[in-house]
Write a protein that binds this ligand. Structure first.
Ligand SMILES: [Zn+2]
Length: 309
């Protein structure tokens, strides 16, 4: 005798599926059955039913993660007695994923600054922008993830620089958006958005406090093309807003770059430099237009998604 159920099921959060564990042979009698799940925060079970031939019920995807369902059949020699009882089990791996596309937001994690005027440092400003953008995307019905914030600036040049790209890959993000304000010579101005060319890239970090990290990743031609399209959509939206304040400005457009955040992720990636925080006019523009900038970047992302459908 044996019990058999599907090896793997993938559900989106909120989705349900029927799962059946078949008992063989069909002539088996004197059985008792049960099923359970090892992580009820990921998958919940309901409608458990049992006949001589199968165990069945409904599984619900509750939150992103992986859980194992186990179906157990006990066959008795003599009904009701545990003497010579045999136990048969089978398992099914259930993966619960977020609705697509998953948009991963990664604001600057180094202090960088201070900027001109009252701008302060780049990290808190970009974290503020990421928080607002996260809310904006969620409110529009899109699935946004706010990148982890537990990045230590002292070790960020080494291992911590990879925490965001690792998280983006682990969570299987579809779009990876790095959020930055720029700095150069105090004179340079305007938004610019970066994408990556295709290829296989290896990054080795500096050794800081004994921490080093190496990552190799391949960016496909399609991923690069999509990253460019995403970047163009964001840049067009952002620059249109910028021109409302600076009518004579010319567009820097999108440029390819080798940033880790563009190349160490499996997602379609874009690296946004909102404007230059070491230029007073640009720094003030960012501070005075935080909500508008949030919306224009959000709309640039959404326009890209809608055109890609
Ligand atoms: Zn930056």
């Amino acid at each position: 005798m044996a019990v058999k159920m599907p090896k793997k099921v993938t559900l989106m959060v909120g989705e349900t599926a029927e799962v059946k564990a078949v008992v063989k042979p069909t002539t088996a009698t004197h059985q008792r059955a049960d099923w359970g799940v090892d992580d009820t925060s990921v998958v919940s079970l309901s409608g458990f039913g049992f006949t001589n031939r199968f165990v069945e019920g409904t599984i619900h995807g509750t939150s992103p993660g992986v859980a194992t369902i186990t179906a157990t059949i006990k066959e008795f020699d003599v009904y009701g007695s545990t003497k010579n009882m045999q136990t048969f089990t089978d398992t099914c791996i259930v993966r619960v994923v977020r609705p697509r596309p998953i948009i991963y937001l990664s604001p600057e994690f180094m202090a960088k600054g201070p900027g001109a005027g009252n701008y302060g440092n780049e990290r808190p400003k970009m974290e503020e922008l990421a928080d607002k953008l996260h809310d904006y995307l969620q409110n529009q019905g899109y699935n946004s993830i706010n990148g982890r914030r537990d990045i230590d600036e002292l070790t960020a040049a080494a291992k911590d620089a990879f925490k965001r790209t690792e998280e983006s890959n682990t969570l299987e993000a579809d779009l990876h958006i790095a959020l930055h304000s720029n700095a150069y010579n105090g004179i340079a101005t305007r938004p610019v958005t970066f994408y990556t060319l295709p290829g296989t890239f290896t990054y080795s970090s500096a050794n800081v406090n004994g921490l080093t990290h190496v990552v190799t990743n391949t960016v496909s031609q399609n991923q690069s093309n999509e990253g460019k399209a995403l970047s163009e959509s964001i840049q067009e939206s952002l620059f249109t807003l910028y021109k409302e304040s600076f009518p004579n400005a010319t567009d820097r457009g999108v440029i390819s770059n080798e940033f880790i955040e563009l190349r160490a992720v499996n997602a379609v990636s874009s690296y946004v430099e909102v404007a230059f925080h070491d230029n007073l006019n640009d720094a003030n523009w960012i501070m005075d237009n935080m909500s508008e900038i949030t919306q224009t970047i959000g709309d640039g992302i959404i326009n890209y998604i809608q055109n890609a459908d």
